[in-house]
Design a protein around this ligand. Structure first.
Ligand code: UD1
Ligand code: MG
Length: 469
């Protein structure tokens, strides 16, 4: 074995073998029973975890050999680490999701027949006299379109890691990757109405039909989710940790729905679970290697793949607005970054915090003005400084020379003072958890102040159905 790879300890081997054994046991029970897909998904997720964990350990040197590597600039030795390990996650994830395809549809293959080789229960007479199986082709279509979108994003991510694609190009590629699932949304669901908040209903009516605008909005979600995770990055473990938190909260939301017996949205939320459980499996394995002090980097591949997974489940699971409530730190970071992203103020290639080798702590990194900024830019920055939202370095005459880079990570350091890298990551993960918990609370409790219904409650769902219908 090549020298630089991460060794797998005996304890880990033992744990992974036990886990894979238990997961295979789960899969056997699925085959023996009536093919419960959620149990199969759990089994596959465990296997995906083990496979990702091992492959990341084994492939590090190979990745470096072909040039997929990056320097950890926030360490004294600026060590070189394998990058693009998100590609391992994406490949294993896609393989598991492909093997899983028969499971959600198992009941349509087997249990609906009356036995003896008859397929009578699933057969439906159509007007033309043809015999068709009542198979949910639309659901299979959704599943396959989601896989196609995710696969396109993984390819884009690898291309970005290899060639460093320009921002203006990579911003729009996710919208193209999203087309398969938007087409499926149109065919299968097609709802483009949104419920108007109570205070606005007097002007806009109960429902507002956004028609094609809704598709633009969903394409925007597909652009936003991957890119927003990619720009809230640069300290060990943060990309994966924020994705894990978001995934866990979507899973909690899904469980809230599927535990309500007979809820009409059960299928959409099961769909979301089938996509998120294996995602969690591969992500946790990656996080173990990527957390402080990182042994591998995730690359843009992981950020795109993770963001697209959320966009896919949000759009095809019909909860894209709830999804945004779990992205509050990313939305803030994007808005806060906008002046740099749109070049109103200078934006260096890397905005990750500065590592002070003397103290071993992270400090806000700076953007600098080559010539004095325009008066309105100065005014805006000085107002932000008054609000404690940026740190400025000025010359004797008050001209701004430098400013702390406009990212949430730097803002955290401006507010909290210099911190060790892992403390910063945990602080930001804490913010993500608090915001996500608040988001879900607002969605299901406080939203009743603004909206007539919460679709989690069955009686409300019926009310909403009447309105839509
Ligand atoms: C985005 C950010 C950039 C930030 C970078 C860090 C914007 C517009 N772009 O760019 O400001 O610097 O992510 O990921 O906000 N690295 C570390 N430690 C880490 C993670 C990354 O040192 O914990 C460094 C490594 O050298 C690694 C590189 O960052 O090779 C990865 O940067 P890359 O993902 O290519 O940057 P972008 O996504 O383009
Ligand atoms: Mg990146």
């Amino acid at each position: 074995m090549a020298g630089g790879n991460i060794p797998i300890t005996a304890a880990w081997y033992f744990f992974l073998f036990t886990l894979v054994g238990a997961c295979c046991g789960l899969l056997v029970t699925v085959f023996q029973g009536d093919g419960e897909p959620l149990v199969a998904s759990l089994g596959f997720s465990g296997i995906a975890f083990a496979a990702t964990y091992c492959l990341i350990c084994w492939l590090g040197d190979e990745f470096k050999r072909v040039g997929l590597k990056g320097r950890d600039v926030s360490k004294i030795d600026k060590r070189e680490l394998p990058e693009t390990m998100g590609a391992v996650c994406a490949v294993i994830y896609l393989m598991v999701m492909i093997v899983f395809i028969p499971f959600p549809f198992y009941e349509y293959f087997v249990s609906s027949t009356s036995g003896g080789g008859n397929r009578d229960v699933t057969v439906e007479m159509v007007e033309t006299g043809r015999m068709l199986h009542r198979f949910p082709h639309n659901k299979l279509g959704e599943y396959l379109s989601a896989l196609l979108s995710l696969q396109s994003m993984a390819i884009l991510g690898v291309a970005d890691d290899l060639f460093d694609i320009r921002w203006r190009h990579k911003l729009f590629l996710p919208a193209i990757a999203a087309i398969p699932m938007l087409v499926m949304y149109y065919i299968d669901f097609g709802v483009t109405n949104i419920v108007v908040p109570l205070p606005l209903q007097a002007y806009l009516g109960q429902l507002l039909n956004l028609s094609w605008g809704y598709y633009v909005y969903m394409a925007a979600i597909a652009i936003f989710c991957p890119n927003s995770i990619n720009i809230l990055a640069g300290i060990n473990g943060l990309e994966v940790a924020q994705s894990i938190v978001i995934a866990v909260f979507i899973i909690i939301n899904d469980l809230l729905y599927i535990t309500v017996k007979g809820h009409p949205a059960t299928d959409s939320h099961l769909f979301s679970l089938y996509f998120l459980l294996p995602f969690l499996g591969v992500s946790v394995a990656l996080w173990i290697h990527n957390k402080y002090p990182s042994k591998v980097f995730v690359g843009d591949t992981y950020c795109y793949f993770a963001g697209m997974t959320f966009a896919v489940v949000g759009i095809l699971g019909h909860f894209s607005k709830t999804l945004l409530l779990l992205f509050i730190p990313q939305i803030f970071n994007f808005l806060y970054s906008a002046p740099q992203l749109f070049h109103l103020v200078p934006c260096p290639r890397h905005r990750l915090p500065h590592f002070n080798a003397r103290t071993g702590l992270m400090e806000p990194s700076r953007g600098s003005f080559m010539r004095p900024p325009k008066w309105y830019i100065s005014l805006a920055l000085k107002m932000l400084e008054k609000l404690g939202l940026v740190k400025l370095w000025c010359d004797d005459r008050g001209n701004i020379l430098e400013f702390s880079n406009l990212t949430l990570i730097n803002l955290y350091l401006v507010r909290m003072g210099p911190r060790r890298e892992d403390k910063v990551t945990w602080g930001l993960v804490g913010i993500q958890v608090a915001c996500a918990a608040l988001g879900l609370f607002v969605r299901h409790k406080a939203a009743l102040l603004l909206f007539p219904y919460d679709n989690l409650r069955l009686q409300d769902f019926e009310g909403l159905g009447l309105m839509m219908g």
